[in-house]
Design a protein around this ligand. Structure first.
Ligand code: AGP
Length: 581
């Protein structure tokens, strides 16, 4: 199940609604099926919310006409209950004096709901989140807001990032984190909280990421952080040097296209990242397990291939299955790759690994994300913020880090110009995209280190074009899939002129004979002749082909998606950071 949502809270002297609306725009990648804001003022608490995206709902409901200096906002990604006005956040209690926004899943909500209903509470939504407002209402009968808050938290099972306001206490917002990210933004005479840093970057560069189990009270002039018992805890603040422009589209029609193009700019920053602590562990450990999901798994698979070719005992696992099939021990190094640093499947795999006393290397793009508190050694991707749901530049950065864990950095010195050269082929790729846009199925093949790239090309293609696609090592086609290859089926062959080329040529011929339209990414003269369309690869160090191969596959997916009228930045049913198993 996917459970995401974006939370933002503000308390200060500015008009809260304007700050919340801007913040929610930056959090849209976390969920965009419904949106709402709550503002407290002398009249009480006003909630406006509905199904839809922030731009439309905000205009229709006049969010920025709401007056007040304290408020909460929320972008929802449906888990419990369909996307609709009632299920959108914020949620009230019965008295409409307590309001909350929540990200996460409350596992015992049904039991709590029954108990509260028996006491006379009336529920207006199907959400698990609403029960928390009623729990606090019940608790507020005997306790002041902070104690009502922590006593209610103690009754919850599951995960949450929570922000709560009380109509009778307009000087404070109460927040808590357990299993879902929540960060305090520290301003001057104003304070923020949000699921992610970009939502607050317009106003401050100083942040305090909460840890699991933290509870905090924020007011105009400060914050207090404690554990769930109310005992004060110290948390370090961090200062970031990102500016908001990095999170804007920079003139491109979509974040995804900007991020694909960004690859030529930031790659040298990734190459400059410090891998020394991680590399030391890689060199020292006998056995290396790599855990990751989706795109990050493909980078992990390539890392495993690179290590295996060097004779190392390495294997890549889909993170969600790791605990069921792996047998790590204290001599195992677990390398977790996750751009967001928040993927629940990865964090769960690491929990299992920790119990087995492995060492852990974390590779992530997000400063202060959950994985940064678990890993023994960290490698930052330095790729800048990635907003498009489809991972592109972070995959490129993950590839670079994978290579740096196996080879000396110098090996990557031409990667930037390799990427730049492939980006110049966008127009011809767009023409090929026009030929593919009406396909129902597509197949991607490669061999050797091009197999993870075929997998990634296929994932990118299907997730944003909604065309069914599969990827295989070329040799596997004849073991079953060939029966699906009929006239007009597109076959995308990742066919560098290396030792895999002669065998892949055989696979291409098998599909051609059955009528497939062959699109090759190749620099092999024979394969070029056999192909219907060619995207030319440069003659480069053979180990580095993956850096060149992935660029046209990203562009192909992007243009097919756009030609089909989709929004590649926000593929249906998907979200940027998947914080529930
Ligand atoms: C692919 O485009 C997706 N964004 C997805 O597969 C992603 O790579 C996966 O959910 C893992 O995310 P992570 O790197 O943040 O852990």
């Amino acid at each position: 199940m996917i459970a995401l949502c974006g939370i933002i809270g503000y308390i200060g002297n500015q008009k809260a609604s304007e700050i919340l609306v801007k913040g929610l725009k930056h959090l849209e990648y976390r969920g965009y099926d419904s949106v709402g804001v709550a503002i407290a003022n002398e009249q009480g608490i006003d909630i406006r919310k509905d199904k839809g995206m922030i731009d439309d709902v905000s205009i229709n409901l006049g969010f920025v006409s709401m007056n007040g200096h304290i408020g909460l906002g929320h972008n929802r990604w449906a888990t419990h209950g369909a996307p609709c006005k009632e299920n959108a956040h914020p949620h009230f209690d019965c008295t409409k004096k307590i309001v909350l926004v929540h990200n996460g899943v409350i596992e015992n909500y049904l039991r709590l709901k029954e108990e509260l209903a028996a006491k006379g509470h009336r529920f207006v939504s199907d959400t698990d989140s609403e029960v928390i407002a009623h729990l606090m209402e019940e608790q507020s009968k005997t306790d002041k807001p902070f104690y009502a808050f922590i006593k209610s938290l103690k009754k919850l099972k599951g995960s949450y990032a929570l922000a709560v306001m009380f109509a009778d206490d307009k000087e404070h917002i109460y927040i808590a984190r357990k299993g879902s990210p929540l960060i305090i933004g520290v301003g001057k005479g104003e304070m923020f909280c949000a699921s992610d840093i970009p939502a607050m970057l317009n106003y401050t560069k100083t942040f305090i990421p909460l840890e699991d189990g933290d509870v905090a009270t924020i007011s105009k002039n400060g914050y207090k952080i404690s554990d769930i018992e109310g005992k004060a805890v110290e948390r370090k603040s961090i200062t970031v040097d990102w500016d908001l422009e990095m999170a804007e589209k920079g003139g491109y029609p979509h974040f995804m296209l900007k991020e694909i193009n960004d690859q030529r700019h930031f790659i040298n920053e990734t190459i400059a990242t410090d891998v020394s602590a991680a590399k030391e562990l890689v060199d020292k450990c006998d056995k290396i397990d790599i855990v990751a999901c989706g795109t990050s798994y493909h980078a992990g698979l390539l890392l495993s291939y690179l290590l295996m070719r060097k004779g190392r005992n390495a294997r890549a696992y889909i993170a969600s299955d790791y605990q069921f099939i792996a047998n790590p021990d204290e001599n195992t190094l677990v390398i977790a790759i996750t751009q967001s640093g928040e993927t629940a499947d990865v964090l769960q795999a690491l929990k299992f690994a920790k119990e087995k006393k492995t060492k852990i290397v974390g590779i992530t793009n997000i400063v202060a994300s959950s994985i940064t508190r678990i890993a023994d050694a960290l490698v930052y991707l330095n790729a800048g913020l990635e907003i498009g749901v489809a991972a592109t530049k972070t995959f490129m950065a993950q590839l670079a880090v994978a290579y740096m864990l196996v080879y000396p950095k110098e090996k990557l010195e031409n990667v930037r110009s390799i990427i730049a050269g492939m980006l110049e082929k966008e127009n011809e790729i767009k023409e090929i995209a026009a030929k593919l846009k009406d396909a129902h199925d597509a197949f991607f093949i490669g061999r050797g280190i091009s197999v993870p790239i075929a997998y990634e090309g296929s994932l990118k293609f299907k997730e944003i074009s909604y065309i069914h696609s599969e990827a295989y090592p070329g040799g596997e086609l004849k073991h079953g899939t060939l029966s699906l290859i009929v006239k007009g089926i597109p076959l995308i062959a990742i066919a560098p002129d290396d030792e895999t080329a002669p065998k892949l040529m055989g696979n291409i011929k098998e599909t051609k004979a059955r009528g497939a339209i062959v699109i090759s990414i190749t620099d092999n003269p024979e394969i070029k002749k056999e192909s219907d369309y060619v995207i030319e690869l440069p003659k480069i160090d053979k180990d580095l082909y993956p850096f060149a191969e992935i660029v046209p596959l990203q562009l192909l997916a992007y243009h097919v998606s756009v030609l089909r009228g989709n929004n590649p930045d926000k593929p249906r049913n998907l979200a940027k950071s998947v914080t529930v198993e």
